[in-house]
Design a protein around this ligand. Structure first.
Ligand code: ADP
Ligand code: MG
Length: 222
C-alpha cells in the first residue's frame, strides 16, 4: 500500500532534515509509528498524504507515485484514497457536527452526497459516542469531541488508507478505549490500512507492527 524509497525532505530555510531510506506498509496492515517529539513523524505523515513532497526519493500509495503528480491531482487522489486525522483537526467552526463529518462528500470531485453517506455519518457518530452532538456547532465542542468528529470525517468515504497523528492525544482513558474500539472495528470492517503516530505505548498491542521512527531513519526498520 505504502512504498517509500530514498526519501529526503527539508523545510526551506530550516535545518531540520528528514531521511527515510525505505518504508513499506502492506494493504490492510495496521502500523503504529513511535519516536521522540520533533523527530519528524508528522512530517512523514504529510509526505505520505502528499501534502508535502520530498526533495528526492519516492512515496507511492496504492501503486501511485505522489511526487510525480501535479498538486491538483495529488489533492484529488488524497480525497479519494485517504482519510486524515491530524493534530489540528481543521474542522469548520460554523458548521454542525453532521456537516463536518460529511465534508469529504462535498469537496471530493469524484463523489456525490447521497442519503447513504448521511446514514454512514450517523452510524460512525454512534460508534464514536458523539451521536447526540450531530446538530451542535463544532465551535462549542470539547477537544475530545472534536477529535472524534475528525475521526468520523476521515472514515466517512471508507478510504483504503487512514493516517492518524496522535489520534487519542485529547481523550480521557475511558473515552480513549471507546474511540479506539470504534476505530479498529471500522478499520477491520473496511480492510483499511492504518498508519498512526502515537506516544501511547499502551496502544501498541492493537497494531500489527510498530515502526520505531529513529530506526526507520537509519534504515534499520522494515
Ligand atoms: P514530530 O511530529 O515527530 O514531533 P514534526 O514532523 O512535527 O515532528 O517536526 C519535525 C521538525 O520539523 C521539527 O524540528 C519542527 O520544528 C520542524 N518543522 C515542522 N513543521 C515545520 C514547518 N512547517 N516549517 C519549518 N519547520 C517545521
Ligand atoms: Mg507530530
Amino acid at each position: 500500500m505504502i512504498h517509500i524509497e530514498g526519501v529526503e525532505f527539508t523545510y526551506p530555510g530550516h535545518a531540520f532534515r528528514l531521511r527515510v531510506p525505505r518504508m513499506r506498509v502492506g494493504a490492510g496492515e495496521r502500523v503504529a509509528i513511535v519516536g521522540p517529539s520533533g523527530s519528524g513523524k508528522t512530517t512523514l505523515l504529510h509526505l505520505i498524504a502528499g501534502i508535502l513532497v520530498p526533495g528526492s526519493g519516492d512515496v507511492s500509495v496504492g501503486g501511485s507515485s505522489l511526487p510525480s503528480m501535479r498538486e491538483t491531482a495529488r489533492r484529488a487522489f488524497r480525497l479519494r484514497a485517504m482519510g486524515l486525522v491530524f493534530q489540528e483537526f481543521e474542522l469548520i467552526e460554523h458548521l454542525n457536527v453532521l456537516e463536518n463529518i460529511l465534508l469529504p462528500c462535498r469537496i471530493s470531485p469524484a463523489v456525490r452526497l447521497t442519503p447513504g453517506h448521511r446514514e454512514r455519518a450517523r452510524s460512525l457518530a454512534r460508534d464514536m459516542g458523539i451521536e447526540r452532538e450531530l446538530n451542535r456547532y463544532v465551535r462549542r465542542l470539547s477537544q475530545g469531541e472534536r477529535q472524534r468528529v475528525a475521526m468520523c470525517r476521515a472514515l466517512v468515504l471508507e478510504p483504503p488508507l487512514l493516517l492518524c497523528d496522535e489520534p487519542t492525544g485529547n481523550l480521557d482513558p475511558v473515552t480513549k478505549e471507546h474511540v479506539l474500539d470504534g476505530l479498529f472495528a471500522q478499520v477491520a470492517r473496511g480492510h483499511t490500512t492504518l498508519v498512526a503516530v502515537t506516544h501511547d505505548h499502551g496502544l501498541l498491542s492493537r497494531f500489527d507492527a510498530t515502526i520505531d521512527f529513529t530506526a526507520l531513519q537509519t534504515g534499520g526498520a522494515p
